[in-house]
Design a binder for this molecule. Sequence first.
Ligand SMILES: Cc1ncc(COP(=O)(O)O)c(C=O)c1O
Length: 417
Amino acid sequence: MKLSKFGKKFSRHSGIVQLMDDLGSAMAENDEMLMLGGGNPSHIKEIQDLFQHQLQDIVDDRPRLDALLGNYDGPAGEINFRKGLADLFKEQFAWDITAENICLTNGSQSGFFTLMNMFGGENEDGSKSKILLPLIPEYIGYTDQGLSEEFFVTVRPKIEMLDDHTFKYRVDFDSLEITDDIAAICVSRPTNPTGNVMTDDEIEQLAILAQKHDIPLIIDNAYGLPFPDIIFVDAKPLWHENIILCMSLSKLGLPGVRTGIVVASDKIVKAIGDINSILSLSPGSWGANIAKGLLEDGEIIRMSHEVIRPYYHSKALKALEVIKREFDGLDYAVHKPEGALFLWVWFKDLPISSYELYERLKKKNVLIVSGHYFFFDQVEDWDHSQKCIRMTYSMDESVVEEAITIMAKELKALQGK
Ligand SMILES: Cc1ncc(COP(=O)(O)O)c(C=O)c1O
């Protein structure tokens, strides 16, 4: 078999492939595995009941069901959902927005593939454009998305210790340089893997910088406001014509319907719709149809704020308590959990690499993600990149507790403690 450059690049070993493999096999094959590795949202009964009601309404309405199953949507996705979303954003945040500013994709992951390659990569004149990630560690799912090599420019953060065992990454604006080859800036907020929420001030500064250089700021809002609202600190969502805001129904509890949402200028939305036609004809309709009914009376906001947010916040605090108890005696620091589904832990005197730690823990039926995947091109010469791990706390609390306890034992044994 002779694969093209594309075939080789997209089938070689990558962090996201390993992560999805681990997730798939842990879910399907190994009941014993304590899965703190993936980003699967929890199954929250109250939320699942709401989805069931929506689905029941669809099934009970035969013409609607026939249309949903039997028709392709347009390339930008289901129009009534897009209209309802635009109204919701207008009402909540006073954004000047219509359905023409919203495009759906088959999951936000595939929306990112489109967006990244719309801006980054080879230009008509042969020059190359790059995407700037102004704060790494950043989402593992971007790493391999570029159709060409050397796709990202990354910047290390400032590390601020908040107390002996808590820290926060901050954008290092002094090191941020927007050279002519930068075509877009991209951040996840809340950030996967760290649970960081960039401050309003940091986001505004990035938006100003982007505008000054006439490039878009892409904000990955997969965990953010107004839904699924997995965000535990005060933060304002920001959107204007120079911002591309990416959202998703996945962390609301619907990863299976694969629905991503891009909010952008009408020109960008039109381009993404055109690319949707080429790549997949049109986005799937199920997510939009389930969520459409939840837009009425702002139910999607209520369920996010009153059920999803407190659910994850409480889980984060409980996982932190176990860490404090079990990691006592280790030199560790946790990134302040401000949102998303993860705890990001830095073991300052880890005697092996985080990948070796991942492998050792996997043998003990504990799955975490090695932090080095999230540091892009800065892995080789930055010691910090080998000393962090990501763990999710979305699983059952007993699973999280048992996994942390096993991890603590392994770390103490490694250090002869
Ligand atoms: C920060 C971030 N962005 C995007 C995605 C992609 O999500 P989906 O394709 O399910 O919408 C994820 C999934 O974990 C994520 O964590």
